[in-house]
Design a protein around this ligand. Structure first.
Ligand SMILES: [Zn+2]
Length: 516
């Protein structure tokens, strides 16, 4: 007796191969047969006529760890409800392990308030064990984050490492990779990494080669300096001979959009030269970022304390204000999303400035004085460029968001709820690419990068992570004022051979920890 039999569906297997009409049989967490007209009986029989049957979507760029929702909302409904069955944590330099000192975990405080959280692990392996004791809605694996290990050793110091410290970083990274980390991540824009030397980045990247794991990089600049930032990453990929994935690729602010063709050219040239370069992109024209990264780099090099000191010092404050006035930010499009007091949530910087009778630049500093953690939406991306990035052969589609269970008090980015259906709707409406290719970008491609042979595809013996969706109705509903609306068209989500989501409801938490 099978556990689940999916009948009459159109199977898109995640490899890019043409869709086929097949039945899919599931038993003990695995796909046991894909064939026309399977006759065996099953506990659950699903009629998938006129529906597409695809591998569970893989979110290669998740922040459910740094936003802490993997612990306080482990059901991850916002992910499951959009067809995601596997999420990769530890991005942008911040992972939840290894924790060598009390300072290590502070790397996530730019996204999450650390008060009251309970931590009972130090090594990467222990962290994965703790995770596997959680009831998880989706499968999760994690990269090891550079800022986390760096901060564990340097504490709040923002400087280059000594040779001995570099050896310690190397050892912690290597140990974490051995204990199951899926790769390494850098967040080069953030205060605890900006001063990393080229040598440090090279030494750590080189560790990935032996285990054939990948590097995920949040670029040093996503605006005027983006071309140089991409050069830095391509050089690393070449030097180490490892796969490098750029996180949430985009060009911020209209004044920088003209760099787009050069950016694409650079990436494609490297790719054609054999560099293993790829990127992920979220299908929205609005970014979601930590407000302090809008300041000049020197202003936040000293971490939270340094930032507050600079804001309070009249001389430094004037320099920051000059910088902000000269920058090409559109203050009427930057909206406070969270962490700055409820009265400011949903307001633009321009509105706050008008209310306070100060300049927009000063309003930003006022917000940061209340909360260095303030997070903002910024309508600063070009929709046309976003769609070109989605269609690029080098791209995967990812949420760059976090999984949430319940109604949110703060505004979260709608991508946390709608990324995959929105992407598939775009594909369908704007004819960006065929369905097979689109599905590969959210299944087979990320699985290849992760080195997970038995996920991201529908083949005999693979893990039974399956999504059944209606190609005619699939689409997102979440937006910037109602970010927690569930998507349409995702009808069934099966995780490790068990039904986890159907009819708009989570029906079971069947995720597990994935490691390599
Ligand atoms: Zn990032």
């Amino acid at each position: 007796m099978l556990d689940i039999l999916i009948k009459n569906g159109t199977v898109i297997d995640g490899t890019g191969s043409p869709a086929k009409k097949l039945d899919v049989a599931i038993e003990k967490g695995r796909l046991v047969e894909l064939a026309p007209n399977i006759k065996s009986s099953a506990v659950v029989v699903i009629d998938a006529s006129r529906k597409y049957v695809a591998p569970g979507f893989i979110d290669i760029q998740s922040h459910s760890d740094s936003y802490w929702t993997i612990f306080d909302q482990p059901g991850q409904s916002s992910m499951l409800s959009q067809g995601i069955t596997t999420a990769v944590l530890g991005n942008c330099g911040s992972s939840l392990a290894p924790l060598v000192s009390a300072e290590s975990i502070k790397t996530i405080q730019k996204w999450h308030d650390l008060s009251g959280i309970n931590i009972n692990w130090t090594t990467f392996g222990e962290f994965l064990n703790v995770l596997s004791n959680q009831q998880l809605g989706v499968n999760v694996g994690s990269l090891v984050g550079h800022a986390t290990i760096r901060r564990g050793i340097l504490g709040d110091d923002i400087r280059q490492v000594t040779d001995d410290e570099l050896k310690a970083l190397e050892k912690l990274t290597a140990n974490s990779l051995e204990q199951g980390a899926l790769g390494l991540s850098f967040g080069l824009v953030y205060s605890h990494e900006v001063n990393s030397s080229a040598k440090e980045l090279e030494v750590l990247t080189a560790l990935l080669k032996a285990q054939n794991k990948y590097l995920s990089v949040h670029l040093r600049s996503e605006s005027a300096g983006i071309l140089e930032s991409v050069d830095e990453v391509i050089a690393l990929a070449k030097m180490a001979g490892v796969a490098v994935k750029i996180s949430h690729l985009k060009i911020r602010d209209a004044a920088n959009w003209h760099l787009f063709d050069l950016l694409i050219n650079k990436l494609e040239t490297a790719y054609h030269q054999g560099v293993k370069i790829s990127f992920d992109v979220y299908p929205y024209d609005t970014s979601w970022s930590v407000l302090y990264t809008y300041l000049p780099k020197w202003a936040y090099e000293g971490g939270r304390d340094g930032l507050l000191k600079n804001i309070a010092d009249p001389n430094q404050r004037r320099k920051i204000l000059d910088y902000l006035r000269g920058a090409n930010f559109n203050f009427s499009k930057i909206i406070i999303a969270s962490s700055a007091g409820e009265s400011l949530i949903g307001k633009t910087i321009a509105e706050i400035a008008a209310n306070q009778s100060v300049s927009a630049a000063e309003a930003i500093l006022n917000v940061l004085s209340i909360s260095t953690q303030a997070i903002v939406f910024d309508h600063n991306l070009s929709q046309e460029q976003v769609e070109i990035l989605c269609a690029s052969p080098l791209s995967m589609i990812a949420t760059d968001g976090a999984g949430y269970d319940t109604k949110q008090r703060n505004l979260v980015h709608p991508r946390c709820f709608g990324t995959m259906p929105r992407f598939l709707k775009l594909v369908n409406q704007n004819k960006l690419m065929n369905w097979e290719y689109a599905i590969k970008k959210i299944t087979g491609e990320p699985a290849n990068l992760l080195g997970l042979a038995d996920r991201g595809n529908l083949a005999k013996n693979s893990a039974a992570d399956v999504v059944i969706f209606d190609p005619n109705t699939i689409g997102d509903r979440a937006d910037y004022t109602n970010p927690d609306l569930l998507s349409e068209g995702i009808e069934w989500v099966i995780t490790n051979g068990k039904v986890s989501f159907k009819n708009g409801e989570v029906t079971g938490l069947n995720g597990m920890v994935v490691k390599r």
